[in-house]
Design a binder for this molecule. Sequence first.
Ligand SMILES: Cc1cc2nc3c(=O)[nH]c(=O)nc-3n(C[C@H](O)[C@H](O)[C@H](O)COP(=O)(O)OP(=O)(O)OC[C@H]3O[C@@H](n4cnc5c(N)ncnc54)[C@H](O)[C@@H]3O)c2cc1C
Length: 391
Amino acid sequence: MLHASSGRVVIVGGAIMGSFSAWALRQAGFAGTITVVEKDSTYQHSSTALSAASIRTQFGTPTNVQMSVYGAEMFRHIKTVFGDEADIGYQEKGYLILGGPDDVAERIAAAEMQREHGADIIVLDPLELSARFPGISVDGIGLGTFGAQHEGWFDAWSLLSHVRRAARQLGVDYVQATVTGFETDDAKVAGVLLSNGARMACDFCVLAAGAWSGRLVAPLGIDLPVVPKKRTVFSFKTPFNRSNFPMLFDASGFWVRPEGKDYIGGIQPPPETDADSDGDFEPQFELLEDAFWPLLATRIPEMEQLRLQRAWAGHYEVNTLDHNGVVGAHDELTNLIFATGFSGHGVMHAPAVGRGVAELITSGSYTTIDMNALGWARIRNSTPLVETIVY
Ligand SMILES: Cc1cc2nc3c(=O)[nH]c(=O)nc-3n(C[C@H](O)[C@H](O)[C@H](O)COP(=O)(O)OP(=O)(O)OC[C@H]3O[C@@H](n4cnc5c(N)ncnc54)[C@H](O)[C@@H]3O)c2cc1C
């Protein structure tokens, strides 16, 4: 692959993926110019700002497990990375993922694979679950898997603020503008076109535009299957109160976790109401009554009493091929580097992706985590890297 330690890098999208890519480039010694083009410096509609900001190592794909462990190690040592003032409120309280009786064999095998890649996953049978997590009904449950380390939640906005500030201090330039298109020349992206009429010449272009990524490169004839899917988060109060309650994923599909003194949770909409979202950020309140609340009250009876405080919706940048990120260079436009498509797990993976992007640009290959499995080739060949643990 093309690589360079200087030249001009333009990054499209300045939230968590774009900012970690920019910062990591400087960390890797890239001496050229780095410009991050971000259309909205308030980030109000970015997935990063609207996410549930949680991190898990329980994935079905080894690369994802490794990227999570890498991210969690950074979160644990955030002051070493970004200075004594840095605080992202990282709470390492684990994910508890419940499965039905039919899931037991597959989930035990997945836990073994996750442990091989640095995760610390404990398998709990229903009796052990009840003892360790009182208040959770184990009716219909075959097992739970719990991440005793490297899993929890944090403040994504603080993380973005720290990495952005650090990138700026290292001479990364943030420009507020909308990228409207690309100019190509001899199998390369030669320039990035902006809504203000400007053209930014580049030697490398990093695509980190989140849920907007697929649409942005479509005019180049690139069929990147990354689309926006709306996901709603409910924030509520409940008398249920247990210390060290984890991030819980129920076998029925809902998730819930503590957020300060309250809880947040959600559930994916059924496929028939899950059309691609075109700038729609209205919370899907019907999901609360129709799905989330009844399922929550069944699993945690003391949560039947809840008082909704607020709700918000953001967009997952869903890779419809396989729900995995797309990282690495395009095969024809060889200086176009993807860092997108993480389908609901991009904040936790941004530190690793940033590092990977920086390694590709400065040395032409991965030296820390091998992310080739996430590359463009599988998209081109329609050979999915299926992620089985998707929420
Ligand atoms: C409700 C919800 C819950 C989630 N929970 C989690 C979680 O618990 N853990 C986790 O790891 N992940 C979670 N995610 C997913 C995570 O938020 C995303 O994977 C991650 O934020 C993607 O980061 P990004 O920088 O690629 O995209 P974004 O944060 O969306 O940033 C893309 C940026 O590109 C800019 N942009 C777009 N088009 C252009 C253009 N043409 N010109 C210039 N700028 C442009 C946008 O303004 C935006 O700021 C969740 C997402 C949602 C919506």
